[in-house]
Design a protein around this ligand. Structure first.
Ligand code: TRP
Length: 504
């Protein structure tokens, strides 16, 4: 007990409730809300998808957010040490979750670098004017994409410069501890939301917008009987709430005395999911407009790189007046959305090392250098292919597996009632037995079902198609880049557990 009190005195902490809420909200609200949610919703039943999504939010999202807050706050430590305090043999669960997050971060920052450069491109529409030109510009001129996933191709210096800028920002935001983070999020959380509202107003006043929105929200209730739809809902909830990656545990470990947990967890989760829904209106009004102007079908340009770097520039090219302004607004929104998700992940890592006695600034420097070095892999002509592959495994299944391990540990090793009591001591609204039931039975059963179902289908990776080039990924690459990488993360986590035992 004494140990914990000492840690509390020395530990850096948020200066109040607002900075903490904003920082956690900023971590959750990211690129995933703008391009992943609308597309996943549309593919999985449109308006009807909101039902499984909402159920996933209530049964897993909010309970797990409270769990991670409780864990970080109770042990005043990052994920590895927190799990180690639950059981000394379990530090690897914490290491695994932060390593997984770091893997996601390594390409997330690259997409942010693309957005940064595209923001400058918006000034003079460097991408050209016809849909055909805009698409060619992204793949050929900008990415200089190689002919397939096994061809490395050249190095893209411009993207590397963008990536360095992103990592320097992360360094400058984090190096002085969470007090500075608390100030930065006063801007980086509201700003993208304001920009999103501006885009909403512009979006719904464009011709064709209503067709897009109708497309997005028309419920296809036949989808509710499809297990894949439920799977998509749970996967998205983990990803969008930044759960199972050590982020929320680390952030909660900086809570000052007498903080609140349950209301915060609820507010943050609802704000995040509300933003996703709202972003869907913006995105689909723009897709409706593009269809209206160019005849490009709404569904074809909806996701990932296509949405942000092809479809949106096409929309801008059709807007006429003030198009440069809407380009800058859009890419600035992506950047400010992404930055707080990105630095929250670095904070999860540094919290892990600080618990081993590292100085904060040194830990930040260390991860910025490593992150930038891994990022080098993603600034070559092969990056587009690799990002797609790694995203498919890390986000598609990695996160869900780590989430499952996490609830099993709390449900069966620590026992949820122990954590619930702690959470209730620090909550205005108390949680009841239902919470234990979610952590112990409902969430694990659903997650096991999801994982088995997916693996049974072979967790197929269908590759990525770019214009005039449908590419096959050789099986060895899918195996190495998918399961191989997850395996490496597990080994690294076990190594860390063996190597560092000083918490006991
Ligand atoms: N929650 C973020 C979003 O919706 C995504 C995210 C989850 C993330 N985990 C991450 C980003 C780890 C970077 C690193 O966009």
């Amino acid at each position: 007990m004494e140990e914990v009190e000492v840690a509390e005195e020395e530990r850096d902490h948020w200066s109040g409730r607002l900075p903490f809420i904003l920082a956690a909200m900023g971590s959750a609200i990211g690129l995933g809300n703008v391009w992943r949610f609308p597309y996943i919703a549309y593919e999985n039943g449109g308006g009807a998808f909101l039902i499984p999504y909402f159920i996933a939010l209530l049964t897993t999202g909010i309970p797990l957010m409270a769990l991670e807050f409780g864990l970080g706050y109770k042990f005043l430590s990052g994920a590895p040490k927190a799990f180690s305090m639950v059981d000394r043999r379990l530090a690897w669960v914490g290491w695994l979750s932060i390593f997984l997050g770091f893997l996601i971060l390594s390409f997330y920052t690259v997409i942010m670098a693309w957005a940064l450069i595209y923001m400058f491109f918006s000034f003079d529409s460097s991408w050209g004017s016809t849909p055909h030109e805009i698409e060619g510009f992204f793949f050929n001129d900008f990415l200089n994409i190689s002919s397939g996933p096994t061809v490395i191709g050249g190095f893209q210096p411009m993207i590397f410069v963008g990536l360095i800028v992103i990592w320097i920002c992360i360094y400058l935001i984090l190096n002085k501890g969470v007090q500075r983070v608390g100030k930065v999020v006063l801007i980086t959380v509201p700003l993208p939301i304001i920009l999103l509202i501006i885009l909403f107003i512009r979006g719904i006043t464009l011709p064709g917008a209503m067709d897009g929105i109708e497309y997005y929200l028309t419920p296809d209730s036949s989808k509710l009987g499809d297990a894949n739809v439920w799977l998509a809902a749970y996967g998205q909830i983990f990803f969008t709430l930044s759960l199972a990656q050590g982020v929320m545990i680390a952030y909660a470990s900086y809570l000052p005395k007498k903080s609140e947990i349950m209301n915060n967890a609820t507010i943050i989760s609802l704000a995040n999911c509300g933003t996703s829904f709202f972003a869907g209106l913006v995105v689909f009004s723009i897709l409706g407009f593009v269809q209206h102007e160019t005849g490009q079908p709404i569904g074809s340009g909806a996701s990932g790189p296509h949405l942000a770097f092809i479809t949106y520039p096409i929309a801008i090219s059709q807007m006429g007046g003030a198009s440069a302004l809407f380009g800058v607004i859009f890419f600035l929104m992506l950047l400010t959305l992404g930055i707080d998700s990105a630095f929250s992940m670095v904070e999860a890592l540094t919290a892990g090392l600080e618990d081993l006695g590292w100085e904060h600034e040194k830990a930040v420097r260390f991860f910025v250098i490593i992150g930038l070095s891994i990022g080098l892999l993603f600034v070559t002509s092969v990056s587009f292919w690799l990002i797609h592959l790694i995203d498919h495994f890390a986000v598609g299944i990695g996160i869900v597996i780590v989430g499952l391990i996490e609830v099993l540990v709390i449900g069966y090793v620590m026992k949820p009632e122990e954590l619930r009591e702690f959470i209730n001591e620090h909550s205005e609204v108390k949680i009841g037995y239902w919470w234990d039931a979610m952590i112990r039975y409902v969430t694990p059963i659903i997650l096991i079902f999801i994982i088995v179902w997916t693996l049974k289908d072979g967790f197929e990776f269908t590759g990525e198609s770019v214009p005039n080039n449908v590419v096959e990924y050789p099986p060895w690459l899918v195996f190495a880049g998918g399961y191989g990488l997850i395996f490496v993360l597990v080994i690294a986590a076990l190594y860390m557990q063996r190597r560092f035992t000083e918490w006991h």
